[in-house]
Design a binder for this molecule. Structure first.
Ligand SMILES: [Zn+2]
Length: 254
């Protein structure tokens, strides 16, 4: 046995594992100083309270954290854009677990930072697979997660407050209306917003929120999911009255 053989075998196993049925794929970006927030939002900060040995003889670590609701991998509760709809803590847990349809538009989106996911993109997916069933989550892979955590590439701007120069793909209002017709549970994608960067009226947010449909933004690793058959577990922090919340989200492969 040569010296290099064992590492090669281990690497092969590590690469093969994500394909196994039941494997969990983490769709979450970590929260740290590099986590991307809206240019006007407070970013994630972590203040170390204590990290080290104590006079009592035990090891102790604890931190304070602070962040906007809407940043990093997070959920938009419907109340974010529709008065009287669910706040984060009002979202029924059964809405947070379910099957997912994964629509890959990355070939077209990566050529156009203002790409609008169209109703045709969704209809083409349905033609290739099946009609999106009620209660399904609809996630779109644009390829934007590969740009994370490069703010300039991901948002279109790295200047605080610079909302005029936001450029990233989002759902067109026509696509949002079609997804409302399909009675999906949630719409998600790997960009900062369900509306594209140049949106001024946030129509897609308004359409989805009015139908009490959740939004999942800044998702990761959607390219590791099959078009159909995976099951999503989305676990937001239960903020009382929250309009959104940091989200731990993963999917189980079929
Ligand atoms: Zn949001």
């Amino acid at each position: 046995m040569t010296k290099g053989l064992i590492p090669t075998v281990l690497i092969a196993i590590a690469v093969a594992l994500p394909l196994h049925a039941g494997t969990l794929v983490d769709l979450t970006h970590s929260f740290d100083a590099k986590t991307i927030y809206w240019p006007t939002a407070k970013p994630f900060t972590l203040e170390v309270v204590h990290k080290g040995p104590t006079p009592g003889g035990f090891w102790y670590e604890a931190n304070n954290i602070c962040a906007a609701e809407h940043g990093g991998t997070h959920v938009d509760a419907p109340v974010h854009f529709a008065k009287g709809q669910w706040t984060v803590d009002q979202i029924p847990p059964e809405r947070l677990i379910g099957p997912v349809a994964v629509i890959d538009v990355s070939k077209r989106a990566l050529k156009n930072p203002d790409y609008l996911i169209s109703a045709e993109d969704i209809l083409a997916w349905e033609k290739a697979h099946a009609a999106i069933a009620p209660g399904t989550m609809a996630f779109v892979y644009t390829g934007w997660s590969k740009k994370w955590p490069n703010k300039k590439a991901y948002l279109g701007t790295d200047k605080p407050g610079d909302v005029a120069n936001l450029h990233f793909p989002g759902f067109s209002p026509e696509a949002a209306n079609l997804l409302v017709e399909r009675k999906i549970a949630a719409a998600g994608l790997d960009t900062p917003s369900v509306d594209y960067g140049q949106s001024k009226d946030f129509k897609t947010h308004v359409i989805l929120a009015a139908a009490n449909i959740l939004g999942f933004e800044n998702l990761n690793q959607l390219d590791h999911l099959p078009a159909t058959g995976a099951k999503v577990y989305a676990l937001p922090m239960k903020i009382a009255g929250g309009s959104g919340a940091p989200l731990r989200i993963f999917a189980e492969l079929p």
